[in-house]
Design a protein around this ligand. Structure first.
Ligand SMILES: Cc1cc2nc3c(=O)[nH]c(=O)nc-3n(C[C@H](O)[C@H](O)[C@H](O)COP(=O)(O)O)c2cc1C
Length: 155
């Protein structure tokens, strides 16, 4: 019988396309680990079952008005009560883009992840302005690292 693949959930929000470009590269890297099933969704489309069934989560958010995008927060608002006791220790990474900063978004997502008691397994990434090819290649590698770590059960 085929073993059920572990899932990696990648959620993102993008209004202007920058975060979509970043999240696409992260997902491209994660997809290299073929033992892992990818669930790659805009945060507005992601549901509680996506969260409860994943073995790791990556969150891609632009900084808007000094914090995470509203629809990223909305995903957490919608899932917290049902997920908080069932996702303790979930490995997570965050990547953020900002026009000139991005630190507020990272800080707020870190606070929220602390509420769920998730486990930070890699340094979060913060890209200011347009991502360079080096930035995108780094995100691709980060995606693969997270997926491989989940596959091998090292996180
Ligand atoms: C409504 C709005 C608010 C923003 N607020 C911030 C901010 O507080 N700090 C920052 O660094 N960039 C801010 N920006 C710039 C965006 O973070 C930046 O353009 C980002 O790349 C947008 O990602 P997206 O194209 O995926 O939507 C803001 C942009 C918008 C549209």
């Amino acid at each position: 019988m085929e073993e059920k693949k572990k899932k990696l959930l990648i959620i993102y929000h993008s209004q202007g396309g920058t975060m979509k470009k970043m999240a696409d590269r992260f997902a491209k890297g994660a997809a290299k680990e073929t033992n892992i099933a990818l669930v790659y969704k805009q945060a507005a489309e992601a549901q509680i079952d996506d969260l409860l069934s994943c073995s790791g989560i990556a969150i891609g958010s632009p900084e808007y008005f000094g914090t995470m995008a509203g629809l990223i927060k909305d995903f957490f608002d919608r899932t917290y009560e049902a997920a908080k006791d069932l996702t303790i220790g979930l490995p997570f990474v965050v990547f953020v883009c900002g026009g000139n900063d991005g630190r507020g978004a990272i800080t707020q997502i870190e606070r929220l992840a602390a509420g769920y008691k998730w486990k930070k397994v890699q340094e979060h990434r913060r890209i200011v302005g347009s991502p360079t090819e080096n930035d995108l290649a780094d995100l691709e590698e980060l995606g693969q690292t997270l997926a491989a770590g989940i596959d091998f059960g090292i996180f």
